[in-house]
Design a protein around this ligand. Sequence first.
Ligand code: ADP
Ligand code: MG
Length: 479
Amino acid sequence: MKYKPVIGLEIHAELKTKTKMFCDSLNDPDEKHPNINICPICLSHPGTLPTINEDAVKKVIMAGLALGCKIEKDTFFERKNYFYPDLPKGYQISQYQKPLCCGGDLKIGDKNIRITRIHLEEDAGRLYHPPGKGPDAPVGAGCYSLVDFNRAGVPLMELVTEPDLESGEEVRKFAEELQLIFRYLGVSDADMEKGQMRVEVNISLSPSTSSGQIPAVFGTKVEIKNINSIKFAADAVDYERKRQTELLESGEKVKQETRGWDEKKGETYLMRSKEEAWDYRYFPEPDLPPLHFEDNDIDNLRSKVPELPQQRRERFAKQYALPERDIELFTASKSLGDYFEHTASELLSFDKLDHLKRPGEEHQNKLFKLASNYLITELKRMLEEVYAEPADTKVSPEMLADLVVRIFHGEVSSSGAQTVLKEMFATGDMPGKIIEEKDLAQLSNVGDLEKAVDKVVADNPKAVEDLKKGSDAPLKFLI
Ligand code: ADP
Ligand code: MG
């Protein structure tokens, strides 16, 4: 490969707060009706004043702490001036000189991606262009756009990375891990389809160096916007890498420009060239006080950072000895992983089940694996069919643990267990009851089998004698 991609990301995430960034209008990403969650402040009526949403500030600091950033103890908001119909103030309150968080990193596999900064700002409204009513509408048809301000003023966190990424695959891994971290922290739902997380890709090509080394000179970068899934972000990188390689190989230059992603065509397209770049005339927001934090404030927030996805992967591997695939599922779906952990603790804590003995400690990992299998292959599918969360089902972790012990002892076969689980899911009945009612108990328990053999032998001395003498005929009878 002659050229190596150099990629940096700018990621926006809408914060999960009750109210907006500078007023008490609701921050409700699910509100479908336009212009419901609005007030004179987020509509920028003259004479209104913003106030800072403390929860939003705390959430950005939590994200910074989780990513190993340095937290800026003295900072302030700034005005970023530009005109757009979805921005009634004519400026966006943002941060420029002093972002809340600086200089963290996030590992994907063995590779470290440096984070330049995370800052806090407000989102703009949303424009809606009715089909056929755009500038190319027929004369007399009327030409207009609609604007919805529900999103105007929603707290938005912007994270910028250093240009440390090298491929679409790395972009996918980074964005997925960041999305998980935001969800674990509870700072954002980060759903890209709902626009709660937006990924902008900056990509240039440099002459190849050995992997992992940052090239001495960067090529001209192209920024790609309007990407609404992580997969599209990775696809856009792959496409752009090809486009830029072809340009360079045919002796042309890559132009610095902003491109969009056309998901139908699977191509990037020109949005604007750098000549049209804006000068935002940033200056400190005079209507808001500067922010100041004590060490104590930051330590308090640090103590609220929960276990993060990577810590969970490592703990699950140590504690439950599960295969990587299972661990990844229990990390990606925190609720499923939590459910597994409840089941595992039930497996360790129960004494005795009806007539069944508690499996010895040497069987622990086998029990965990059984629980994981039934959870991942059976229960997960049943849950997905009804769009339910594990915690909402009639099958409690105790009930699943109960079933797992029965499977372990061979009381039910694996196909029998599937039937039992289905019935548990539908009725909430205990596995023991279902096995009995549906007559699903099987005699594969070695102890039971041995007892049965002993009885047959004792009850049929003549046949046993003949067998011992060398005749095969009684064998079939005895079996
Ligand atoms: P701009 O001023 O154009 O917004 P920044 O320096 O703020 O550029 O960088 C924006 C993003 O682009 C960052 O994620 C950064 O890592 C990335 N970036 C900067 N230069 C390059 C380059 N030559 N190739 C690819 N990405 C780059
Ligand atoms: Mg920038």
